[in-house]
Design a protein around this ligand. Structure first.
Ligand code: GLN
Length: 479
């Protein structure tokens, strides 16, 4: 164990006793990056120089300031979809390969204000579109647990960096599972908060009604600490909600006696790998033995989740991505600069990767006159039914447990030729984005040496319950 492998409370404790410095933690992280990065490819950009400066500033704060935030001096990596002032932000795309934001995303601003050390910007599927981090301009991220496998996506760089000790914490984003899936595949913890809990200001939009920023760490407690820092109302994001901001770390230790956990029967049917299912059921039994009440529930419209999600997400993406035209941001093609329409075409054709183009085309199609009612509107109706299912089921339970992925981490390249196979990996995660609900992936053991993720779903704005059940499981299972 090196410093880069320790938890936030452990590091914060040692920092406060002056047993270690933030500079030492930072060097330990960069040493690990030097050892692993050639294979893992978790980072698009590392920010060594500013990190060292931030670490020294954090160390001086321990000397000069009476009460320093818990995150002071702790390394954090940031998904390359969040704007960072003065630091290149590519979104994994050629079209933003030279984009240097002039401002910070609110979530980034908040972690910096708490004195973190920013390690770098992590790899991702282009614009968040993918489930394996194979759709990136810099190539795929590999899974640190088994480097022949994908890290999951689209926040694969963040999850892999946390798993490999290339950072302590990371920020990711989740439009349809992009925090939970890579966390599951890399064996770390990742939480997608309720829509509106964390400001999306400075998050480069993929599908605005589904996008949400969240936290990745190696323990539930680490994620709770990071979530404490990034959530809260922000007048710069009109969808950010004014709600009470609880102390997420405090609710962790309340235990699970008498907590009602629902298992949606539609999530445990054909298509779910039997080994994954066994592992989830073992975890559920453990929770039951320790006082949780388990009941079967039903989410009858679950089967419409994938199709509604891929219609709504692509529709929103086609509109959001219209801004990349070679004029306002980033890359511009050298071809045909005298003819602006040809210049737009060449820029978009050279700038976007093939998955992004597929989604723009699909999204434009479903929004076009004549198809709007049949596809987009239908998908929105299904979305309401999916949300109603959750509202109904939550009348009888405090939270739900499901798998995160129907399969184990798959091999690099395995699903790249068949987009539908890749989309189906999101079957258990997208409904939460469609409904705005909070969800977390925690590790519940390994099968054939590969991590299995368990998803805990909470009621709207009840991240406390999600974290509490997750922490209880970690404690009971000794993880
Ligand atoms: N895999 C899903 C997609 O490609 C989810 C991505 C995400 O959450 N950003 O749309």
């Amino acid at each position: 164990m090196e410093l880069c492998d320790l938890s936030v409370p452990e590091l914060a404790g040692m920092l406060r006793k002056r047993e270690i410095s933030s500079r030492e933690i930072t060097e330990s992280v960069f040493k690990r990056i030097d050892e692993k990065e050639e294979t893992i490819n978790a980072f698009i950009t590392t920010t060594r120089e500013t990190a060292r400066k931030q670490a020294d500033q954090a160390d001086s704060r321990f000397r000069d300031v009476k009460k320093v935030p818990l995150l002071n001096g702790i390394p954090v990596a940031i998904k390359d979809i969040l704007c960072t002032q003065g630091i290149k932000t590519t979104c994994g795309s050629n079209i933003l390969n030279n984009y240097i934001p002039t401002y910070n995303a609110t979530a980034v601003e908040k972690v910096l204000k708490d004195g973190v050390v920013l390690i770098g910007k992590t790899n991702m599927d282009e614009f968040g579109m993918g489930s394996s981090t194979e759709n990136s301009i810099i190539g795929p991220t590999r899974n640190p647990v088994n480097t022949e496998c994908v890290a999951g996506g689209s926040s694969g760089g963040s999850a892999a960096a946390v798993a490999a000790g290339e950072t302590v914490l990371a920020l990711g984003t989740d439009t349809g599972g992009s925090i939970r899936l890579p966390s599951a595949y890399c064996g770390v913890v990742g939480i997608k908060p309720t829509y509106g809990r964390v400001s999306r200001y400075g998050l480069i939009s993929y599908a605005s009604s589904l996008d949400q920023i969240g936290a990745l760490g190696r323990t539930v407690e680490d994620c709770a600490i990071l979530l404490n820092c990034i959530c809260g109302h922000d007048r710069l994001d009109t969808t950010s909600v004014k709600v009470k901001k609880p102390d997420f770390s405090r609710s962790l230790k309340k235990g699970i006696k008498g907590i009602k956990i629902g298992l949606p029967k539609e999530y445990f049917i054909e298509g779910l790998d039997s080994q994954v299912k066994n592992q989830i059921m073992m975890a559920v039994n453990l929770l039951a033995e320790n006082g949780a009440e388990i009941t079967e529930i039903s989410l009858p419209h679950a089967r419409y989740a994938i199709s509604s999600y891929y219609l709504i997400a692509t529709a929103e993406a086609s509109s959001n991505l219209a801004r990349y035209d070679g004029v306002k941001y980033g890359f511009r093609s050298d071809d045909n600069i005298s003819d602006s329409v040809k210049m737009y075409e060449a820029t978009r054709s050279e700038g976007f990767g093939s998955e992004v183009k597929r989604r723009i085309m699909l999204g434009t199609y479903v929004l076009s006159a004549g198809y709007y009612d049949a596809y987009y509107l239908k998908a929105q109706e299904a979305r309401s039914l999916i949300k109603q299912d959750f509202d109904e089921a939550f009348k009888g339970v405090d939270c739900m447990i499901t798998p995160v992925s129907p399969c184990l981490p798959f091999k690099l390249g395995e699903k790249m030729a068949d987009p539908l196979q890749m989309y189906l990996v999101d079957i258990y995660t997208v409904s939460l984005n469609l409904s705005g609900l909070p969800g977390m992936s925690i590790n519940c053991g390994n099968v054939d040496g590969l991590p299995v993720g368990l998803q805990i779903i909470g009621k709207t704005f009840d991240e406390e319950m999600v974290l509490r059940v997750g922490h209880a499981y970690e404690t009971i299972a000794g993880r």
